[in-house]
Write a protein that binds this ligand. Sequence first.
Ligand SMILES: Nc1ncnc2c1ncn2[C@@H]1O[C@H](COP(=O)(O)OP(=O)(O)OP(=O)(O)O)[C@@H](O)[C@H]1O
Ligand SMILES: [Mg+2]
Length: 306
Amino acid sequence: MTAGGDGTGRGSDARRAEARAAPRDDAAEGGRDRRVRATIRDELAVDTADDRPRAEDPGPAPGAVIELERIHLGFGDRPILEDVSFLARRGETIAVVGESGTGKSTTLKLILRHLQPDRGRVYIDGEDICDLSFTEALRVRRRMGMVFQGAALFDSMTVYENVAYPLREHTDYREDEIEARVRQKLEFVDLDPDRVMEQLPSELSGGMRKRVGIARAMANDPEIMLYDEPTSGLDPLTTATITRLIMKLQRELQVTSIVVSHDIRSVNRMASYVAVLADRRIRFFGTPEEMAASDDRYIQDFLGGF
Ligand SMILES: Nc1ncnc2c1ncn2[C@@H]1O[C@H](COP(=O)(O)OP(=O)(O)OP(=O)(O)O)[C@@H](O)[C@H]1O
Ligand SMILES: [Mg+2]
């Protein structure tokens, strides 16, 4: 099935949203035109399976902090993502939703450069990260914080050591500087450092573990936060607390975020835009309000399932 039914696989909603989200300056207009031209060119072209950058590649969109451009990715001979494009500007939160197995976690791994696309480009602040060396990729990754599904804390380490971990890995702070940072991050996620620092993850509630996971991800003051189902398995009140926390990072620190979520209520509260993955493609891209008003039957059925 082709998303949007317009033959481009992008869906009219996706293109409308991209057009609306682009800054209204000449450079951006030029960038969009180039992307539109690239779409037309691709429609006309025979599939070349060429994964090398070409001189006429559209290139990064002005002002985008994270951009996926026409990503194709398969595992073995099984295609997972086809022609997936979306972008996030500074301070925006993009929610990625979709049925199980549609490639949401895979999308995060592409942004972290844990995976490379078969075709297409991933840009971070305009830098193409696909061809970076391992060391260069680490430099880019240091600017990102990742909150793994199920918090994924180190079970044998205390809360203090968990949050200190990225600081020990990536900085040469003295111990007193590390402690000050750890305390600051725990306070940001509304945990009392003196109460929790010496506890083990197993001694915490699910919601507290998620908060420690967020504190650890933000230890290095990343400009980008990636969350893989940060509220799954939590009760509604704790879900609301975690959602507020993600919004606080967005509001107070202007962090650009991608949140994979199954929780449509928290998506509606926190997302600047929602990207719906279905049939390997972006089926819809737009604001939560536009998603609710969409007359796409799939989107309505998807929302009705919550
Ligand atoms: N390393 C891998 N090797 C082979 N197949 C993989 C690999 N990683 C993911 N897949 C497959 O790719 C598809 C997409 O996986 P992904 O984890 O991105 O889905 P998801 O949308 O995050 O699903 P869920 O909502 O269940 O977490 C799945 O069918 C999965 O089995
Ligand atoms: Mg997943």
